[in-house]
Design a protein around this ligand. Structure first.
Ligand code: ACM
Length: 669
């Protein structure tokens, strides 16, 4: 087998990106002042809560010590410590039921003689423990925590991840490790999308046909819901349930067709898209049913917020029902949006009665939306402005759709409140924060880690850190570190491609496939819908599923290309690394074609491998022209046209090297 170039490239990440922020943690703190020296970490190290303490704090300290012990490869004894010691001074437990107003601030001082972590609440202490744990460094004498003074608190108070368990069910273990990862990067809301056309996922004792007929047997028992909520609370994370209505509701009507707008019967939807079934907003029975449902679920979900969905209502079944049409006329509703607002007002009254505040997708933003509603933008960042201009609280999700397969730097640079937002200070104060969304049409419990992580860490930093922390090179450097920390708490994103390729090929170490996936990424959500059209029954076991949304080679190649263009003569190492990488792409197509004889699914990679071969040729020529006398007439235009083609899907993969080669081509005179 020929020598492999890409793993070398991968290892080069920390070296090739210069000027690293200290400490190299994610999210980066508000203020950090490094000092000389450090606190040695060995088996005599301990942590002691000197002020307030409770079960949650003790558990958090226990988890931090376990992770530190794993990192240094030695057991850490309980107090009394004889060596380095961290004193935790916590003022109180924090809110009984956590809200967006919880105080998550902390200060952390590490000196050679000891460390002090101060926080007004246990949640703040948990945030500080994460920072401390991420700071472990090593030298010739062993491990240590570098001396530093940190003052930290979040920029936004709502920092979430939506997990869609409706389209593909995610077992409890997946949610637990996701929560562990969220705690590492200081996220504080799990938005649990629990019902969809394709599945209803919670046990209801009051309306048992919901989970019995609407879930394929894949649902959370009430005991499991309590476990997840408690697990999240232990980590300072709120759980906001979403029960999407009036649309996205087919699975409810399998057991309870009487609350739908069309007669049924209904079956669990296997396709993905936007469907017509919707609650009947014109019947009192519908509201009695929903009231009973909220009453039952309110006992499981203590969070003060409740997400009603409210997105993508087609209105078709409303338009086809004479009784609903009559109802609309009687109430003077001019369109279906007005009818949905009526439904939302009824819902809001029920929620208020059960102590809940309504959150919904931006479609709910209509005249006479109840004043305390919170609007979650998904169709565009402009809904943040329109919601806040009307006085509503708002959450940004539009740029953070993880299923769209944007790379981490693109997500990272999307700021909920950029300087040019045009929002008044009053409006800005209504922006609660943001949520990344992991919709599950094209993912399942096997691939979710690789789609969420490590990109979510970049979004988490955007939502926590000051807006001035926005250098993508530095972000990637710290991301590569935190990505490993995330694997330590049980996530599988780094191992993902290796694991999937073994399963796909039935063998170990199929090098051409690894080489291919090191520089390719899945097509976007929309491209995959058009090119493959997955349903709930599609196995997610192909090369596209093994690929990762933002392979490490992408930022490395981009950085190298920028360096070469900046000074083609001086950047000899960067030029040489690119040249060797480009040359390594050439033989991939032939190698994959040969593999295809015994591994039919390897053929999925041939279009991308052919594309890489062409891309490598373009890159090689551009390097030569950059260091020599420029390109022949017309070459740059034809290369640009080729790059436009190569930026399109190659099979179900995209080439992660296109941007880098484009940088080289654009850099030519
Ligand atoms: C949505 O993506 N329909 C909220």
């Amino acid at each position: 087998m020929r020598p492999t170039l890409l793993p070398v490239l991968l290892l080069a990440l920390p070296m090739s990106l210069a000027g690293q922020r200290q400490p190299p943690v994610m999210p980066f703190p508000l203020e950090a002042t490094p000092a000389p020296g450090g606190l040695r970490l060995d088996s005599t190290f301990a942590m002691t809560a000197t002020g307030f303490s409770d079960e949650r704090l003790r558990a958090g300290i226990g988890r931090a010590l376990a992770r530190l012990a794993a990192m240094i490869g030695q057991p850490l004894s309980s107090p009394p410590a004889t060596g380095g010691r961290v004193m935790l001074e916590v003022s109180g437990p924090g809110q009984v039921v956590q809200t967006p107003d919880e105080d998550e601030s902390y200060t952390l001082e590490i000196a050679p003689a000891g460390a002090r972590l101060k926080a007004p609440t246990v949640v703040g202490a948990l945030r500080g423990l994460e920072t401390l744990t991420q700071m472990v460094s090593a030298d010739g004498e062993g491990f240590f925590l570098p001396a530093i003074r940190i003052t930290d608190r979040p920029r936004f108070r709502w920092r979430g991840l939506l997990v869609d368990v409706g389209r593909h069910f995610m077992p409890v273990e997946v949610l637990k490790r996701t929560l562990d990862g969220m705690a590492v990067v200081k996220l504080n809301v799990l938005h649990w999308h629990l019902s969809e056309d394709q599945g209803f996922r919670v046990e209801s004792r009051r309306y048992p046909k919901l989970h019995q007929l609407g879930s394929d047997g894949l649902y959370y028992t009430q005991e499991q819901v309590r476990q997840i909520v408690a697990y999240a609370r232990d980590r300072g994370i709120r759980v906001v349930p979403e029960f999407d209505m009036p649309g996205h509701s087919t699975s409810w009507f399998v057991g309870y067709p009487q609350y739908a707008s069309a007669p049924g019967p209904y079956e669990i939807e296997r396709r993905f898209g936007v469907f017509d079934p919707a609650f009947d907003p014109a019947r009192e029975d519908t509201y009695r049913f929903i009231d009973g449902f909220i009453a039952e679920m309110a006992g499981l979900f203590p969070d003060p917020y409740w997400h009603i969905g409210g997105d993508e209502v087609t209105g078709k079944h409303w338009n086809e029902n004479p009784r609903i049409l009559r109802f609309k006329r009687q109430h003077g509703f001019k369109d279906n949006a007005a009818l949905q607002t009526y439904f939302n007002q009824r819902l809001s009254r029920l929620l208020t009665h059960h102590g809940k505040r309504m959150v919904g997708w931006d479609e709910i933003l209509q005249d006479s939306l109840p004043r305390n509603a919170v609007v979650q933008s998904w169709r565009g960042v402009e809904y943040l402005a329109s919601a806040t201009s009307q006085g509503f609280g708002a959450i940004l999700s539009a740029p953070y759709y993880l299923d769209h397969m944007d790379p981490a730097d693109v997500e990272y640079l999307s700021d909920p409140l950029p300087e040019e937002s045009g929002l008044s200070p009053e409006q800005a104060a209504l922006v609660l924060g943001g949520e990344a969304c992991m919709w599950a049409e094209q993912i399942n419990s096997e691939t979710i880690d690789s789609r969420v992580w490590p990109r979510l860490a970049a979004i988490a930093e955007r939502l926590w850190s000051p807006p001035s922390v926005r250098d993508p090179d530095d972000m990637y450097l710290r991301l590569s570190r935190v990505s490993i920390q995330l694997e330590r708490v049980g996530l599988g994103h780094e191992a993902h491609t290796f694991r999937m390729l073994r399963l796909l090929s039935g063998r170990r170490g199929v090098q051409p496939l690894h080489d291919l996936l090191a520089v390719t990424m899945p097509v976007t959500f929309g491209q995959r819908v058009r090119l493959q059209g997955t349903t709930q029954l599609t196995p997610l076991t192909r090369l596209v599923d093994a690929a990762r949304p933002d392979p490490w080679a992408r930022p490395v190649l981009n950085r190298l290309a920028v360096d070469v263009v900046r000074d083609p003569q001086a950047a000899t190492a960067a030029r040489e690394q690119l040249r060797r990488t480009f040359a390594g792409w050439k033989p991939l197509a032939t190698a994959l074609a040969a593999l295809g004889d015994s591994m039919p699914l390897a053929r999925d990679g041939i279009p991308a491998a052919l594309g890489l071969g062409q891309l490598g040729d373009l890159g090689t020529d551009a390097l030569e022209y950059l260091s020599g006398g420029g390109a022949p007439p017309g070459w740059k235009a034809s290369a640009t046209a080729m790059l436009d083609e190569l930026a399109k899907p190659q099979g179900l993969l995209r080439l992660a090297g296109v941007e880098a080669v484009r940088t080289l081509v654009d850099g030519l005179p």
